[in-house]
Design a protein around this ligand. Structure first.
Ligand code: NI
Length: 162
């Protein structure tokens, strides 16, 4: 990449038309990433397990009175740049999808008690990120790729798909 890239760059600087040709030949897939945030409470437990087993597996996360997280979300949409608009996706459209499907649904909610998505699904970060992916995927143009990253704490985060 090094040498050939350098020589290509020199050509681009002197002959901008080369850049245009390169663009038409090669894929111009770009990722657009939108960040979002929501607060939610949850409790990790299985009703079919004993308290002892829930405590052993989920520890403090099994607190019967729930606990909260400041969830940070990164939604990555990838696709070809539309030659007409220069966009992969209008970020306003992505912002509105995230608001309608994720933050309006989960912000300031008790995930176990207030949402149908986690009525019978343990709201681990892993399960939450898959649910968020499904909700956004359903509203997104099928030609676009989607990947979601969810931070439960600044140091603990999950990503789907892998
Ligand atoms: Ni937790």
């Amino acid at each position: 990449m090094g040498a050939s890239y350098k020589s290509f760059s020199k050509l681009f600087n002197h002959f901008p038309c080369f850049l245009y040709i390169e663009r038409t030949i090669e894929s111009m897939k770009v990722a657009v990433i939108r960040k979002a945030h929501f607060n939610a409470a949850h409790r990790l437990y299985r009703p079919d397990w004993t308290n002892e087993k829930n405590d052993a597996i989920f520890g403090l996360c099994n607190n019967p009175n729930y606990h909260g997280h400041n969830y940070e979300l990164e939604v990555k949409v990838s696709g070809e740049i539309d030659p007409e608009t220069g966009y992969v996706i209008d970020i306003k459209i992505l912002k509105d999808i995230i608001k309608a499907e994720v933050t309006d649904r989960f912000d300031h909610k008790n995930l176990n008690e207030d949402t149908i998505e986690f009525k019978n699904l343990n709201p681990t970060a892993e399960n939450i990120v898959v649910v968020i992916h499904q909700l956004i995927r359903a509203k997104l143009d099928p030609k676009l790729d989607l990947s979601v990253r969810l931070y439960e704490t600044p140091r603990n985060f999950v990503e789907f798909p892998v």
